[in-house]
Design a protein around this ligand. Structure first.
Ligand code: SF4
Ligand code: SF4
Length: 484
């Protein structure tokens, strides 16, 4: 039914396109991500094991030695643990197993041509009477709406869908959705918009987490005029990651390059800083009357659901913020939480599909989400609101914003203003950057990029570690001590 010529888009790609059409445009540089690479390899090992009739211990050993050998000891251990968790989750039994990207597909005619949308799962296990389809996740076994809708639309009578997380020991049945056709129609609308405007960029938080194209989409301009193609490796580095690179490469790389599981996941504590940022951004964007009396009422209505103490604290901090903005009369703030950055290209290491590593060109995109963005007397300005302590890394952050904005807007001058509304009552810090500074910032970030590009994508132990005060706040303390 699904002829080769019918264009098919996967729901994984559509979930990205939902945020930004250009995230699925071409070309996409190669992205060597720790989690994705390990995930693919684990899948291969599971496939081999499922299809191996040898005694259990022999089949496990063979799968591990054939697939996990290219990694360092730490990643090998992570893979072995995940593999063993899976064998508890789904003990082997006699049945026919399809591990070759089984999927369900729905179709729609668009402009006279048939198009398909596919929801993939990992394994299809069939015997005489039943078919079991298993969708496996690394984290929680939650399945997105469009996958559930497609499974519901295309399900046979003897077929059951299950979701499992590798670290859990239970498979959960995926229930049908009644309004599946409405959801499928909505996603075909998203797809049609993508077909009409494939290169439309919509920058947001997703640029940092869900897209492999920051180096080529034009939002985070390349330094120099080198053209990037699919042989290049693309890496995305956030402003927090850069602070870590300056101190301990291992900590930075375990977070953004190798995705090493943290010793303990952060427990979420009601974060005043996030609430204050959200409120301040809503109050200040596109508002030329920030000091009007009526603004107090607007603020009060924004925070009416917060408890009394939080409301008082927000009022006090917001007053402090307005006080610090006095003197900035011709300030127009137009955007908030907006990603800004740029992309140096350097020599570095690239992993091939077969996990061999070779030298090549690496495009490293440095991206920070600016709290507020606008113009002061016509000059681009980034404003960062800080409720915590002043940090030496604030300078690097300001440099990242300044160069990013100057590249994107072709501006000769950029202002970065850090406003501290913290317990220490620190003074605001206004930095002005011009062309001389841009040259030295380029050099500084090129040297970060060279360092990052030199890490072996398969070897999480290749970046160096540096023990210091910062270890007290490190999420990898136990694992790090074990692998020194
Ligand atoms: S980096 Fe952001 S703006 Fe660029 S293509 Fe990806 S999601 Fe879109
Ligand atoms: S514990 Fe210290 S040395 Fe180890 S990764 Fe963390 S910051 Fe680096």
């Amino acid at each position: 039914m699904n002829g080769n010529k019918i264009p098919i888009i996967s729901t994984t790609k559509l979930e990205k396109v939902k945020n930004c059409n250009a995230s699925n445009a071409k070309p996409e540089p190669r992205v060597n991500s720790g989690t994705l690479t390990r995930w693919g390899i684990l899948n291969d090992a599971i496939g081999d094991w499922l299809n191996n009739d040898a005694p259990e211990e022999t089949a496990i050993k063979k799968a591990e030695s054939e697939h996990f050998g290219s990694f360092d000891d730490l990643q090998k251990r992570i893979l072995s643990d995940m593999f063993s968790d899976f064998r508890v989750l789904y003990p082997k039994r006699k049945a026919e197993i399809d591990i070759d990207f089984p999927s369900k597909t729905v179709f729609k005619e668009i402009n006279g041509e048939e198009h398909g949308m596919s929801a993939y799962f990992q394994y299809q296990v069939s015997d005489k009477n039943t078919i079991e389809n298993i969708k496996l996740k690394i984290g929680r076994p939650d399945i997105n709406e469009i996958d559930r809708a497609i499974y519901s639309a295309d399900k046979l009578e003897n077929e059951t869908f299950y979701a499992g997380a590798v670290a859990n020991t239970e498979l959960i049945e995926i229930e049908d959705i009644e309004n599946h056709q409405t959801i499928i129609d909505d996603y075909f609308d998203i797809y049609e918009d993508f077909l009409e405007n494939p290169n439309k960029t919509t920058p947001g938080s997703h640029c940092l987490s869900k897209c492999g194209r920051p180096a080529v989409c034009g939002e985070f301009p390349v330094i120099g005029d080198e053209k990037i193609n699919t042989r290049y490796r693309g890496i995305t580095v956030s402003k927090t990651n850069i602070r870590d690179v300056e101190k301990c490469e291992r900590k930075a790389s375990w977070n953004f390059q190798y995705s090493i599981p943290r010793d303990k996941e952060d427990s979420f504590s009601g974060d005043f800083g996030i609430t204050f940022h959200n409120v301040a951004q809503t109050m200040l964007v596109n508002n030329n009357n920030r000091n009007d009396e009526g603004e107090k009422e607007r603020l009060a209505s924004l925070i009416e659901n917060e408890d009394d103490d939080t409301q008082k604290k927000i009022f006090k901090k917001y007053e402090e913020l307005l006080e610090k903005l006095k003197g900035y009369e011709n300030l127009d703030i137009t955007l908030s939480e907006y990603p800004v950055g740029f992309t140096p290209i350097t020599e570095g290491l690239i992993a091939n599909k077969d996990l061999t590593v070779k030298e090549g060109r690496v495009a490293t995109s440095f991206i920070g989400k600016a709290d507020l963005l606008g113009r002061l007397d016509g000059v681009p300005i980034v404003i960062e609101l800080k409720t915590g302590k002043k940090h030496p890394g604030d300078l690097t952050e300001a440099e990242l914003y300044a160069l990013g904005v100057s590249k994107r807007l072709k501006a000769k001058e950029v202002i970065v203003l850090h406003i501290y509304v913290n317990e220490d009552k620190d003074e605001a810090n206004e930095r002005r950057f011009g062309e001389d500074e841009f040259i030295s910032i380029e050099k500084k970030f090129e040297s970060f990029a060279e360092k990052i590009a030199s890490w072996n994508p398969n070897d999480a132990l290749s970046p160096s570690y540096e023990v210091g005060d910062w270890c007290n706040y490190c999420e990898f303390q136990e694992t790090c001590a074990e692998f020194r």
